[in-house]
Ligand binder design. Structure first.
Ligand SMILES: NC(=O)c1ccc[n+]([C@@H]2O[C@H](COP(=O)([O-])OP(=O)(O)OC[C@H]3O[C@@H](n4cnc5c(N)ncnc54)[C@H](O)[C@@H]3O)[C@@H](O)[C@H]2O)c1
Length: 142
């Protein structure tokens, strides 16, 4: 079977949420596979790139700071990429009840911005990461 990450060697790949728990590991695997990796990382005044700050591949990742809910920063990140892996999101379910508008802004509008940028820029492929909640919560705790 073809290793899907190995097949991205030489490709310019954007990872949204590239500083996140999963996104940072995806960046590492992509760099190891020889991809040209760009990460969209949420801008903060501290300048952190989250998990990527301590990653051995940090210097090899082209970090673009922005906000998924901001169309211009998404366009800046997507432009010239061949593949987009969309892992940026607000993920904490309990907080989504406390601050639902922020989830619509980041997860819904943010994903729309990624989709539109992908279409406008002619990106060959985009992979959207869903949530395990999409398959319904477990009947009982695991
Ligand atoms: N961790 C899991 O077990 C799991 C399971 C199933 C699905 N997922 C999905 O995988 C994806 C990544 O999850 P994770 O565990 O790495 O989460 P995470 O919180 O570590 O990563 C999400 C990233 O998105 C970034 N982000 C949030 N708001 C942003 C904004 N407005 N603009 C730009 N970036 C923003 C965060 O800063 C963070 O780096 C999510 O879609 C999540 O639902 C995760």
């Amino acid at each position: 079977m073809v290793d899907p990450i190995a097949s991205l060697k030489g490709k310019r790949v954007l990872v949204t949420g590239g500083g996140g728990f999963i996104g940072s590991r995806v960046c590492e695997r992509l760099v190891e596979a020889g991809a040209d990796v760009r990460a969209l990382v949420l801008y903060t005044s501290s300048g952190t790139a989250e998990w990527l700050d301590t990653s051995p591949v940090r210097a090899e990742v082209d970090i673009r700071r922005g906000d998924l809910a901001d169309r211009d920063s998404v366009m800046d990140a997507v432009r010239d990429c061949e593949i987009v892996l969309h892992l940026g999101a607000l993920i904490a379910i309990p907080y989504s009840y406390a601050a639902p508008e922020s989830y619509v802004r980041v997860n819904t509008l943010g994903t729309l911005n990624v989709l539109q940028a992908v279409r406008e820029c002619g990106v060959a492929r985009m992979v959207n990461t869903s949530t395990s909640e999409a398959t319904a919560p477990p009947a009982s705790p695991p």
